[in-house]
Structures are given as structure tokens and as C-alpha cells.
Design a protein around this ligand. Structure first.
Ligand code: ATP
Ligand code: MG
Length: 309
């Protein structure tokens, strides 16, 4: 039995070698992505017992993802392979300021997640469920699946963890705001970044954003602030966690690494404060290498670098 089930869409990642622009790139390094899959890997590398629930194709990219989870020791019992399905992929193009992502996922098996597909027994018997706004954006049936999964989890007393991961390209902003806001009211633990917090509250200052999110009801809220670290709200108190100073080269997946590290610590019995302190270190280490998954640190590496600052 697993302690944590992550539910969502995984993707295979293509990263141009030497940062060539996509229209002329000839060589790509291949990695893995998909926010909830990244969270599963991060939680697992921090010691949690993790299962991943998703739908992928029976194609080569589905095989590659399946091998990733198996190699990491992530339970794949809830991974459904769709016959003739084409697993989603994405390309990264990088300029000095930021990364841009080009997705080919519109007909992926994960878009056909639905309430009937939701693995109810597993969600009832695990300790935490992690879901994200990306799954709510990719299709109506996937959005319905997320709400059904939350309903099952709440009914069973399974902790509901939510990362809004708002991706404006995937859905209209008004609908995104409404759906994400509703989900925040239902979740126990919510881990947005600052722009998502601003979208939800209409406020600018991180402390104001956080206070308003607390009013929506989650027991634990972490507001992720990039290189400025994170703010935690729990038990009526707000605590700031500075990010260790690192020479970041690629922050892809840093938010997901934060989520997974935080969840693993929480499930191991750490207080939300200790979990946040650990997670800012895990997330900072994730920015030191290219891609989402490869640089996610193991627990031993996180513990070693906690003396960084
Ligand atoms: N340059 C950096 N230096 C140190 N830590 C960082 C840096 N960038 C991000 N982090 C860490 O990663 C966490 C998450 O980053 P960020 O606020 O960008 O989340 P996000 O926008 O959800 O990320 P994602 O793109 O994965 O969705 C931060 O709270 C911080 O702890
Ligand atoms: Mg994020």
C-alpha cells in the first residue's frame, strides 16, 4: 500500500542540446515531465511510498515513462495503457530569460481520464492524494475525474494536496480561476506560486495573497516565490523560508520538486515548518541541472546541502 497517490498526466520531454531554437534544433536530449509525475518522483526520492495514477498509450513514449516509474520504485498498478494511444510529449525552447514549452498532447490518453476511471479503492486506502490544475485544464472529463478523486479522498479522510499549476495556454482564464478557486476550498494542502495566488485573490503582496487564501479554508498553504523561497501558512501563523542561494540554470519542475519533497516530509511525520524548510532545499537543488526530473535530488543530497546558507 502506498502513502501517496499522484494523479495526472505525464509527458516525455525533448530539450534541444546546446539550447538551439526549436526551428533549427537537430539534436534533443530526452527527459520526463508532467507536473504530477515530477511530484511523484520527487516524493519518492525523498523517501515516500508513492503510486502514480494515469492513462498513457501503449506506444514507445508510454514504455519510457513506465520504465521511469519502475526504475524509481513508484507503484504503477494504477497506470492504464490505452491501446493505440499516443502519449503526450513536449519540447522546451530556452532563451536567457525563460523557457517556453510546446506541447503535443491534445489527444493523449490522459485527456480521457474520467470519473468512472478514478481508482476509488486506492484513493480510499492511501494517506494522501496529489492532484493539479493541469489535469483540470486538459479536458472536461479529466477535470471531472479530479473532482471525483477529491470527493472520494475527502470521504475517506485521505489528505488532499493540490498544486494549481495554472497554464494560461490550456484554458480560458475566467474558467481556470473559477475551477482552481473551487478546488482550493476543497483541498487540505495547497501549493500555488505567486502568480497563481494573485490570480485567485486579485491581490499583489505575498502576505496579502496568503491571508486571503487562508480564508478559503485549506489547513496548510505554501506560497512558492521562486528564488525568494516560500511562505507557509499553518495554524494561524505565517512563516517565511528563504531559498538557499544557488546558481540556478533551469527552474523547470522546481515547483513540482518542492511539492513532492514537502509531501514526503509531511507523510514521514514532519511538521509543516520542517517540511517547508526541507522542500526549499530540495527545490533549489532541482534548479542546478537541465530538465524536470534528472536534477530532482534524493533525500541524502537534500540533507547534505541543508548547511548551504
Ligand atoms: N532560482 C532559484 N533559487 C533557489 N530556489 C529556487 C529558485 N527558483 C525556484 N526555487 C525554489 O523552487 C520553488 C518553486 O519555484 P516557483 O516559485 O518557480 O514555483 P512554480 O512556479 O510552481 O514552478 P513550476 O514551474 O515547477 O510550476 C520555490 O519556492 C523555491 O523554493
Ligand atoms: Mg507550479
Amino acid at each position: 500500500m502506498t502513502d501517496l497517490i499522484c494523479l495526472g498526466e505525464p509527458l516525455v520531454e525533448f530539450n534541444p542540446v546546446n539550447g538551439e531554437p526549436l526551428d533549427s534544433a537537430r539534436t534533443f536530449s530526452v527527459g520526463y515531465g508532467g507536473d504530477t509525475s515530477n511530484v511523484a518522483v520527487a516524493a519518492r526520492r525523498s523517501g515516500a511510498d508513492v503510486g502514480y495514477a494515469t492513462r498513457i498509450g501503449d506506444d514507445a513514449f508510454g514504455d519510457a515513462l513506465f520504465r521511469l516509474w519502475t526504475d524509481e520504485g513508484i507503484d504503477t498498478a494504477l497506470v492504464e495503457r490505452e491501446p493505440h494511444g499516443t502519449t503526450g510529449i513536449y519540447f522546451i525552447s530556452r532563451d536567457p530569460e525563460h523557457s517556453a514549452f510546446t506541447y503535443y498532447r491534445s489527444n493523449s490518453p490522459a485527456t480521457r481520464m474520467s470519473p468512472a476511471w478514478v481508482p476509488e479503492t486506492a484513493i480510499r486506502t492511501t494517506r494522501a492524494l496529489h492532484i493539479s490544475g493541469i489535469s483540470q485544464a486538459i479536458s472536461t472529463s479529466a477535470c471531472d475525474a479530479v473532482f471525483r478523486a477529491i470527493e472520494v479522498a475527502k470521504d475517506a479522510g485521505t489528505l488532499v494536496s493540490y498544486d494549481p499549476n495554472h497554464r494560461p495556454a490550456l484554458w480560458e482564464t475566467g474558467r481556470a480561476r473559477a475551477v482552481i478557486r473551487q478546488t482550493v476550498t476543497e483541498a487540505d494542502l495547497v501549493m500555488p506560486n505567486l502568480s497563481e495566488g494573485r490570480l485567485l485573490t486579485g491581490l499583489l503582496a505575498p502576505e496579502d495573497v496568503l491571508a486571503k487564501l487562508v480564508d478559503l479554508g485549506p489547513r496548510i498553504i505554501v506560497l512558492k516565490l521562486g528564488s525568494a523561497g516560500a511562505l507557509l501558512a499553518h495554524g494561524g501563523e505565517i512563516t517565511r523560508f528563504a531559498a538557499p542561494r544557488v546558481d540556478a540554470i533551469d527552474s523547470t519542475g522546481a515547483g513540482d520538486a518542492f511539492d513532492g519533497a514537502f509531501l514526503a516530509q509531511l507523510l514521514a511525520g514532519a511538521s509543516p515548518r520542517d517540511a517547508a524548510e526541507y522542500a526549499v532545499h530540495a527545490a533549489a537543488l532541482t534548479t542546478l541541472g537541465p530538465g524536470a526530473v534528472d536534477p530532482i535530488p534524493h533525500r541524502s543530497a537534500v540533507l547534505e546541502t541543508r548547511g548551504l546558507r
